[in-house]
Write a protein that binds this ligand. Structure first.
Ligand SMILES: Nc1ncnc2c1ncn2[C@@H]1O[C@H](COP(=O)(O)OP(=O)(O)O)[C@@H](O)[C@H]1O
Ligand SMILES: [Mg+2]
Length: 216
């Protein structure tokens, strides 16, 4: 289990704290949601959890032990909202190998199938994919790494309905065996699969009641 306790974060360039007092526990079961309006700090929270930034105060524990940023980068898989800024491979095949260096053709095909990119050529250039396809490719790379904690930034933004349903099923399935945290501005979409849901407001997480059926 990953546990955040009393996290506080104010980047030196920010006028006020982005996160004031964040407590959160992530464990296998169902995806946990963090919702909130644009600019409320959702992406920043993922950066702290995944070890891309360190909190100024508070603790991050894995199974009760404090974990460094480096350890968190290993434990966590982060799927960015705009993964094209982070792609390194010249082809889909190369990009997948960043997740697992010795990747056979069968495993590559299987992971692409799993994220709904079954028809994609391994020779395709990642930057030629649509935004939704790029996010699913980034998810495939993280699945190959098999992280203990999977973090997704706006995983359904810009996807069409059929693909959204597939992604929800996939996330529900993945959450059975690892902690999954989704940050989103459209939390109702995740109501059918979500465990706990939180709203991030002025740096604090407040519990949130999800209404099912909206937009589905
Ligand atoms: N390194 C930073 N320096 C200055 N401000 C930052 C930094 N990181 C985040 N912020 C500020 O924190 C707030 C939350 O940003 P972000 O986490 O991207 O929100 P969200 O993902 O919910 O839209 C924004 O007002 C942003 O300007
Ligand atoms: Mg964001």
């Amino acid at each position: 289990m990953l546990e955040l306790a009393g996290l506080h974060y104010q980047p030196s360039t920010a006028r006020q704290a982005v996160l004031e007092q964040v407590d959160l526990q992530l464990k296998p079961g169902k995806p946990v949601l963090v919702a909130g309006r644009s600019g409320c700090g959702k992406t920043t929270l993922l950066e702290l959890i995944s070890g891309l930034a360190d909190p100024d105060r508070g603790r991050i524990l894995w199974n009760g032990q404090p974990v460094s940023g480096r350890q968190r980068r290993w434990l966590c898989g982060l799927v960015f909202q705009f993964p094209e800024r982070h792609f390194l491979g010249l082809t889909v095949g190369q990009e997948l190998k960043l997740g697992r260096r010795r990747l056979g053709a069968e495993d590559a095909a299987a992971v692409l199938q799993r994220v709904g990119l079954g028809s994609l050529s391994l020779q395709q250039a990642p930057e030629r994919l649509s935004g939704g396809q790029q996010r699913r490719l980034a998810l495939a790379v993280q699945l190959l790494r098999d992280p203990k904690v999977l973090l997704l930034d706006e995983p359904t933004a810009g996807l069409d309905w059929a693909v959204r349903a597939e992604i929800l099923d996939l996330l529900a399935d993945l959450a059975r065996e690892r902690a999954v945290l989704v940050v989103t501005h459209e939390p109702e979409l995740f109501a059918p699969i979500a465990g706990e849901a939180w709203r991030l407001e002025q740096g604090v997480l407040r519990t949130m009641q999800l209404t099912t059926g909206v937009g589905t």
